[in-house]
Design a protein around this ligand. Structure first.
Ligand SMILES: C[S@@+](CC[C@H](N)C(=O)[O-])C[C@H]1O[C@@H](n2cnc3c(N)ncnc32)[C@H](O)[C@@H]1O
Length: 238
């Protein structure tokens, strides 16, 4: 694990949390895509770690058992805090979700091993994160890094086909369009400033930067869309 990143979210988790609470539907597609190939079923146990402020909950069916676990106290005083290597205090899971977090860890193999260890046999780890060489990775390490006091230097997961994955049972490994949606360009800019903890107050700067990094931002008749993409990797606990 990279302790610096833990410190980063101790500092900017509150701003991230406020952005997620102000725009709770913005990342809906990102959360729904987690389960598109290996869906959750009635009564399933889902452990979401690190969960931030448990944002996934709003996008899950009501009849599942949801256990959000967070590493840093920075997001919300309501979060259930755990050590990554410690006891997660949850029953054996049908699904473990690690969303938008793997690039914050130094050692991906131990992250995956720990998460697989929390699953029942046959359970699924859903890893969703930014692709190594994608425009999103360039935007985070570039613009976000420059405009946050803590910087951004992602340790992105290896690319599909890398030998790193050869000993895992991976029924799904794909990069998916998961558009972030807003009512207006202004809202899109505000969300990004809050989520990434940017030290700027001009939302138009973020929109320009997204486009410069090759991430489309466009308006439809009723919404504004940031063309976000993540890579989704499902790994079975064999
Ligand atoms: C971008 S947030 C994602 C939160 C939530 N999963 C979501 O999708 O909104 C990144 C997460 O990585 C966690 N994190 C950052 N550095 C970490 C570290 N060194 N060890 C463990 N978790 C870390 C943060 O606590 C935070 O929950």
């Amino acid at each position: 694990m990279n302790p610096e990143y833990k410190e980063i979210f101790d500092q900017r988790g509150g701003s991230y949390h406020a952005a997620m609470k102000s725009f709770p539907q913005a990342r809906r597609a990102e959360f729904e895509a987690l389960f598109s190939k290996n869906p959750c079923r009635s009564g399933d146990v889902i452990v979401d770690v690190p969960a931030g402020g448990a944002y996934l909950l709003d996008h899950l069916p009501h009849d599942i058992r949801y256990f959000p676990r967070e590493i840093t106290p920075g997001f919300s005083e309501d979060a259930t805090l755990v050590e990554w290597d410690g006891d997660w205090n949850a029953p054996p899971a049908d699904h473990v979700v690690t969303c938008a977090a793997a690039h914050h860890f130094d050692d991906h193999a131990s992250v995956i091993d720990r998460a697989l260890g929390a699953l029942r046999p046959g359970g699924v780890l859903h890893l969703a994160d930014v692709d190594l060489a994608s425009p999103v990775g360039g935007f985070l390490d570039g613009f976000v890094g420059v405009h946050t006091p803590t910087g951004h230097d992602g340790n992105f997961l290896p690319a599909k086909g890398d030998a790193f994955y050869q000993n895992f049972d991976i029924p799904r490994h794909e990069t998916v369009r998961v558009p972030w949606t807003f009512r207006s360009l202004d809202d899109a800019g505000k969300f990004c400033i809050g989520l990434f903890g940017l030290q700027i107050d001009d939302g138009a700067m973020v929109i320009d930067a997204l486009r410069e990094h090759g991430i489309d931002v466009f308006e439809t008749s009723d919404s504004t869309v940031i063309d976000w993409r993540l890579t989704y990797i499902d790994i079975i606990n064999t």
